[in-house]
Design a protein around this ligand. Structure first.
Ligand SMILES: [Zn+2]
Length: 181
């Protein structure tokens, strides 16, 4: 068995998604301590970043649903400073194309190849936000054939529509994702 049969994928724990950021998720920074703790137990850790061009289609100025956020290279797009950078093996940028939403860390990125090259079979997912990028990343991991575990206590939802967080958990369970505390 490869030493890295299990990996943690930390989704979008970036300043813009935490309180004070451009698209703050309520309690977004509360995922940081549990993620730092979790990450120590994994032989392989990947962090994704939402990394948009300034005119990304998801932004309100382009008719999209979100305020401008995580513009590539900006302060708000950086991984949150309290996230322990020492435990992160690889950073994967997503949402880099103007016309593609890029919620999933697997969407037109090297993530699947990176995980397979590391011998990973079981992917643990945490981060922001549960009802968008965490959900889509976990679903794509399932579609790619990985066993997937969602760490519920290490994620928070945006809840654009109240109940989206619970609906995301139900969709993940229905897709065969194991929900852990
Ligand atoms: Zn985004």
């Amino acid at each position: 068995m490869s030493a890295a049969a299990e990996a943690l994928v930390i989704v979008d724990v970036q300043s813009d998604f935490c309180p004070g950021g451009a698209l703050a998720v309520a309690g977004g920074d509360e995922v940081i301590a549990p993620i730092n703790e979790l990450a120590c137990g994994f032989p392989f850790v990947v962090a994704t970043r939402d990394w948009h061009p300034p005119d990304h289609d998801s932004f309100a100025a382009q008719g999209g649903p979100w305020p401008a956020h995580c513009v590539r290279g900006s302060a708000g797009a950086q991984l949150h400073p309290l996230l322990d950078a020492n435990v992160i093996d690889v950073v994967v940028d997503k949402g880099t194309e103007r016309g593609r939403e890029g919620y999933s860390g697997f969407e037109r990125t090297e993530l699947e190849r990176i995980l397979r090259a590391a011998g990973v079979r079981r992917v643990h997912v945490a981060g922001l936000a549960l009802d968008y990028c965490v959900k889509e990343t976990a679903l794509d991991a399932r579609r790619a054939g990985f066993d997937v575990v969602l760490h519920r206590g290490a994620t928070r939802a945006v809840e654009r529509v109240p109940g989206d967080g619970e609906r995301a958990l139900a969709a993940l369970e229905a897709a065969g994702v194991e929900i852990a505390a």
